[in-house]
Ligand binder design. Structure first.
Ligand code: ADP
Length: 253
């Protein structure tokens, strides 16, 4: 079922209360202690609203992975605050962060990380192994997710029988099966040729239209342009070159 698209200005929850940003940084930054200490991601303010399709671009070594690790709750910021869906993640225990990550975030990586001897539907269903979803429901949910990425007809295929683009679509289905509020993609087209990259970016655009919040890290300016908003990271400094940010003078320090 297609959900109604929610735009950044459509920022109220069904109960009429203002909806918190999906991602909010308040002076959040990360310095690796070293020695020597490396200020890999300098303190930044940022608010990404539900339904945004954000691309993050920057050269190698600029801090993109560090940013992704903070957003994905894989690393804690060493300064400032990071709120995910309004939840102050700094107050959570490691177990609390893991649980929140499992419920709210779907990951897609450059390498597809599919188990070679498992079919598409099994690969997707395995993502729910440690979830509360009852075993009998997992396969149905996996089929639903494959249908959402246009691969219902390839449910029984092994990864070796799929094209690169199809493998990445299975990986997207696996990321979606937990019904996350945020899809985090790290160089999702990095291993794909132009035609397969296009298929994957089209899929992300469709998911965005259906209301999903998507963040794509890339070093490819052509991929970066596909976002409705593009952030740049250079030498650990985050900047927002989207027209909306320029108009409102949105702060990124
Ligand atoms: P990108 O993803 O844009 O290539 P990274 O976020 O991986 O950049 O790295 C940003 C900077 O932080 C680089 O200078 C890198 O060498 C450094 N860095 C990354 N991880 C660590 C770490 N665990 N300890 C120390 N420095 C690190």
């Amino acid at each position: 079922m297609r959900r109604r698209r929610r735009t950044p200005t459509d920022a109220s929850a069904p109960d009429g209360l203002p909806e918190p940003p999906v991602i909010e940084f308040r002076g959040a930054g990360l310095t690796y202690p070293g020695p020597p200490a490396v200020a890999a991601f300098k303190p930044a303010d940022l608010a990404l609203r539900r339904g945004e399709f954000v691309t993050v671009v920057g050269p190698s070594g600029s801090g993109k992975s560090t940013f992704l690790n903070i957003v994905g709750l894989l690393d804690r910021p060493t300064e400032g605050t990071y709120l995910l869906d309004g939840i102050d993640t700094g107050r959570l225990s490691d177990n609390g962060r893991t649980a929140l990550r499992g419920r709210r975030i779907g990951f897609v990586f450059q390498s597809f990380h599919l188990l070679p001897h498992r079919s598409s539907v099994e690969n997707v269903a395995l993502a729910m192994l440690y979830s509360a979803v009852p075993a009998r429901e997992r396969r149905a949910r996996a089929r639903e997710a494959l249908d959402r990425v246009g691969l219902a007809h390839r449910a029984q295929a092994l990864p070796s029988r799929l094209s690169g683009g199809e493998r990445q679509r299975v990986a997207v289905a696996r990321a979606l099966v937990g019904r996350p509020s945020l899809l985090l993609c790290d160089e999702p087209t990095g291993n794909l040729d132009t035609a397969n990259s296009e298929v994957v970016m089209e899929l992300l655009a469709e998911l965005h239209l259906a209301g999903l919040t998507i963040l794509v890290i890339t070093h490819d300016p052509a991929i970066a342009e596909r976002g409705s908003r593009t952030l740049t990271i250079r030498d650990g400094v985050l900047s927002d070159r989207s027209p909306a940010a320029a108009a409102t003078g949105q702060a990124i320090r």
